[in-house]
Design a protein around this ligand. Structure first.
Ligand SMILES: NC(=O)c1ccc[n+]([C@@H]2O[C@H](COP(=O)([O-])OP(=O)(O)OC[C@H]3O[C@@H](n4cnc5c(N)ncnc54)[C@H](O)[C@@H]3O)[C@@H](O)[C@H]2O)c1
Length: 266
């Protein structure tokens, strides 16, 4: 045995986040909601951030009876100072909140581009900035950034979203390099199309842009490059997020965990 040996592998250890706090943004719906419930199921005290108060209330009801807790925190992440403050003291940070607009570049409204970049790139930076002092202080922390296949590949008409997600990939890798000496990992998860309100809205949006019925948009646009011809469920994404928070993933950092049904295998 050398001093460089890894600690014993915690095979088959169920995720236990008892005593840990986790902040999840965009927790009122879709993937964020599934992540909040998954982390609370693992025992975490979840701070659920969203601007949708009704969605958060519903989430709190759904978390009833889980080993952990869910505390709603109504916040618009474009308030960057408030976002940074909200992250203070958290052990796990899941940067998930997002929005999408599908529009050709020459018609893309600059104010929407700015909002997308603020919520999906600048707010994660500020949340990480707010979370790191506590994580570094205790020598442990988990940052999971919900990126997308669009963090690795572009699609036409999604300039702001693709730019934000590519930026988030860079932010995540930088946090991984800086966090490693302090026991903090930072990773992305990269789903293809997930069955959430964001995608349902996009189906209608894309149908208008492409002049196609919604069923054809699903088959011919959204799932065109996916070898697995279905949407992925939010709970499947939450499972990958949970894995990255567990002891099995302590060596995994700066990575992008692709859940794309084979899209990027092309
Ligand atoms: N749905 C997909 O197919 C898919 C695929 C890949 C990646 N993603 C990513 O997953 C994340 C979640 O997406 P989703 O599909 O669950 O979307 P969703 O629309 O269901 O949920 C997004 C949540 O973010 C919240 N939010 C938006 N702007 C906010 C703001 N300014 N302040 C606070 N909260 C705000 C919304 O209220 C909403 O609850 C996003 O980052 C998205 O880019 C989604």
């Amino acid at each position: 045995m050398t001093a460089r040996s890894a600690p014993p592998a915690p095979h088959a250890t169920p995720l236990d986040l008892g005593g840990r706090t986790a902040l999840v943004t965009g927790a009122a719906g879709g993937i964020g909601r599934a992540c909040a419930l998954r982390l609370a199921a693992a025992g975490a005290e979840v701070r659920a951030v969203d601007l949708d108060a009704a969605g958060l209330k519903d989430l709190v009801g759904s978390a009833d009876g889980l080993p952990g807790t869910v505390e709603p925190h109504v916040l618009d992440l474009t308030d960057l100072d408030a976002a940074e403050r909200a992250a203070a003291g958290t052990d796990v940070l899941v940067n998930n909140a997002g929005l999408q607009l599908v529009r050709p570049l020459e018609e893309f409204p600059p104010d929407v581009f700015h909002t997308v970049l603020t919520v999906m790139l600048e707010a994660p930076f500020r949340l990480i900035r707010g979370a790191l002092p506590h994580m570094y202080g205790q020598g442990w922390g988990r940052i999971v950034n919900v990126s997308s296949v669009h963090g690795l590949r572009a699609s036409a008409y999604k300039s702001a979203y693709v730019a934000a997600k590519h930026g988030l990939e860079g932010l995540s890798k930088t946090a991984a390099l800086e966090g490693a000496p302090h026991g903090v990992t930072s990773n992305c998860v990269n789903p293809a199309y997930v069955r959430t309100p964001l995608v349902e809205k996009q189906l209608a949006d894309q149908a208008r842009t492409h002049g196609l019925p919604e069923e054809r948009v699903l088959a011919e646009v959204l799932l065109r490059d996916s070898a697995v011809k279905r949407l992925i469920e939010p709970e499947e994404v939450a499972e990958a997020v949970a894995y990255l928070c567990g002891p099995q993933a302590s060596f995994m950092t700066g990575a992008s965990v692709v859940l794309d049904g084979g899209w990027t295998a092309h």
